[in-house]
Design a binder for this molecule. Structure first.
Ligand SMILES: [Zn+2]
Ligand SMILES: [Zn+2]
Length: 263
């Protein structure tokens, strides 16, 4: 059996977010070529107008997004399981807005991601200089407090790219905050987005790192495989390596349909 048989890629984007290329049909085709069983689109959800607007679809584009994914779903029926999800942002003060959007359509899977510490978009290459003026331990402490807030909000199925602040090479100097966040994630019954995009970034390591993958598996937290593709050729990227990292620590892989965990 092929190593990737029956696997899903549950993290990918569409051009509606303004920084991805390729139609949903092209992502689906790429998934078929990669031998995947299914995909879940998780484009960046609309947020209030003042929050990160250039990097996501507008609220008035949401119905279009749903329709685009549903068209791909119909076109690939019987060949590829196409699911409808969102990558949501957790940012204190926006929870009610997020809740409204999550109630507007029948999502299969919702990732909760932290992309901002206060007003700083810390994963944006444009603002990478800010790392030099921060204490890394404090930064990670603040970041994981937000990740815990995301887990406790009850809005999401998984936490996106858990150790994202390492993206440009700034590693967590201690790791205690990460372990505490994993305790909360386990307690709340969430999964982790096992995100292979980290292998395409300067850190050259998936999110989460191998030691955090082990710590998550020890806590019974399952993993949802995702390439975080922003172009069709990234679908299923490095999944063989992902499987190895997860299986090495006895981790479990799951998918979501109708916001219910399977596998
Ligand atoms: Zn993106
Ligand atoms: Zn993200």
């Amino acid at each position: 059996m092929d190593m990737t048989a029956a696997l899903f890629d549950s993290h990918m984007h569409t051009p509606l977010c303004g920084h991805a290329t390729g139609t949903p049909r092209e992502y689906a085709r790429s998934a078929l070529d990669a031998g995947l069983a299914g995909i879940c689109f998780t484009d960046h959800m609309p947020m209030p107008a003042w929050y990160d607007a250039p990097w996501r679809m507008r609220r008035d584009q949401l119905a279009q997004y749903v329709q685009d994914v549903q068209e791909a779903q119909a076109e690939f029926a019987g060949r590829l399981d196409v699911r409808l999800g969102l990558e949501a942002d957790f940012h204190p003060g926006t929870e009610r807005y997020v809740e409204e959007v999550l109630g507007a359509h029948p999502w299969d899977y919702v990732i909760g991601s932290v992309h901002y510490i206060g007003a700083w978009g810390f994963d944006n290459p444009e603002f990478v200089a800010e790392y030099d003026s921060r204490d890394l331990a404090g930064l990670y402490h603040d970041y994981y407090a937000l990740a815990e807030g995301a887990a406790k909000s009850g809005l999401f199925d998984s936490i996106g790219h858990l150790d994202l602040p390492k993206k440009f090479g700034h590693r967590d100097p201690d790791g205690y905050a990460a372990l505490h966040a994993l305790d909360v994630i386990a307690e709340r019954g969430l999964s982790l987005d096992f995100n292979t995009a980290g292998w395409r970034k300067p850190i050259a390591e998936a999110y989460p790192a191998p030691d955090l993958t082990r710590a998550a598996a020890e806590r019974g937290i399952p993993f949802v495989l995702g390439s975080d593709a922003h172009k069709p050729e990234e679908v299923g990227s490095r999944f063989t390596d992902a499987l190895k990292q997860i299986h090495d620590v006895g981790g479990r892989i799951v998918t979501y349909a109708g916001r219910v965990r399977h596998g």
